[in-house]
Design a protein around this ligand. Structure first.
Ligand SMILES: [Zn+2]
Length: 165
């Protein structure tokens, strides 16, 4: 298993690797031009999933890779959030995560938060896209400081990120 454990200075490298590496969910599924996802409504056009609600364009139906991950309960990214600051500012943090999710998903339809669970002051976030877990961690760090650590498991195309503050 190829697991890269890197500290903060190399986060950019991890991000690059995660976005460069081929997500098996995207690689093994072939879609026909004009396929509409019945789960989220995204449209497969010119090799990409896009937001386009033109009813004339959806000729076929198939779950997109993101909805398939949700269906299979198999995230590509995990972000764990802990620390006393995080526990004390839970609502702000959840709001920031939702805002970032909306911003990223508008550009990249396959990048979404799958779940957010909170237990004993620790928030666990899962995402359909490996890179998104890291982007969410970076957004938290940019807004509130703290420490961001991350590892990318290339063999399983998985990002585990941890933000502590
Ligand atoms: Zn979908």
């Amino acid at each position: 298993m190829n697991v890269a454990r890197l500290g903060r200075p190399e986060l950019g490298d991890i991000e690059a690797a995660a976005s460069r590496a081929l997500d098996p969910y995207r690689a093994r599924l072939k879609f026909r031009e004009g396929t509409r996802c019945p789960g989220c409504g995204a449209l497969y056009r010119a090799g990409n999933w896009v937001w386009d609600s033109d009813a004339m364009l959806g000729m076929y139906e198939s779950l997109c890779p993101a909805c398939r991950r949700v269906h299979d309960c198999l995230p590509a990214g995990y972000l764990r959030i802990d620390g006393s600051f995080a526990a004390a500012h839970r609502d702000r943090i959840l709001q920031l995560l939702e805002d970032q999710n909306r911003i990223v998903c508008r550009r990249e339809p396959l990048a979404r938060i799958m779940s957010m669970l909170e237990r004993d002051g620790v928030i666990e976030v899962t995402t359909t896209d490996a890179d998104l877990a890291l982007k969410l961690g970076e957004a938290l760090q940019a807004s509130y400081g703290g420490e961001l650590d991350c590892e990318f498991n290339e063999a399983h195309h998985l990002v585990h990120a941890l933000w502590s503050n």
